[in-house]
Write a protein that binds this ligand. Structure first.
Ligand SMILES: [Fe+2]
Ligand SMILES: [Fe+2]
Length: 152
């Protein structure tokens, strides 16, 4: 039987992934509309990776024979300023890493090593997302709007 605390963290992680998908899709669409090709591509890639994360969490919940609960996940940051978008996304990834770290501890305490392995993989991906966003933010600050028009 699934540990209740682990299931709670899996649900929280799922809600956060759905929130992230919505936010990255929003940012993708806004950047594509402005012709900011490089970031539009980047945000689309991130949204797809978060979708894979959500899928893995759903599969794990089903494996544990736990219900899939869609927790309220808040309103995505729908911003028009590129720098603000990137900062909001960096914040989102920082919170994801913190949330997953807490979930990993709960899995460890419950002896659920399969769920721990899943969350560890997600955490590594979120750290990479954070790093990629930081790089884009630095490049944007250095090169400005020209940087956004290049397909990267
Ligand atoms: Fe994710
Ligand atoms: Fe992410």
């Amino acid at each position: 039987m699934a540990d209740a605390k682990v299931v709670e963290y899996l649900h929280q992680a799922l809600a956060a992934e759905i929130h992230a998908i919505a936010q990255y899709m929003d940012h993708h669409a806004r950047c594509a509309d402005k012709g900011y090709t490089r970031l539009a591509d980047e945000f689309e890639k991130e949204a797809k990776e978060e979708m894979v994360h959500a899928e893995k969490l759903m599969e794990r919940l089903l494996f544990l024979e736990a219900p899939i609960t869609y927790l309220k996940h808040g309103t995505p940051a729908t911003l028009t300023d590129v720098e603000a978008m990137l900062k909001a996304d960096l914040e989102l990834e920082t919170l994801a890493v913190q949330r997953l770290a807490a979930g990993i501890k709960a899995c460890e305490a419950a002896g659920d090593y399969g769920s721990r392995h899943l969350l560890e993989g997600l955490l590594i991906d979120e750290e990479r997302h954070w790093d990629e966003l930081r790089r884009h933010l630095d490049l944007y600050k250095t090169h400005g709007v020209q940087y956004l028009l290049i397909r990267g």
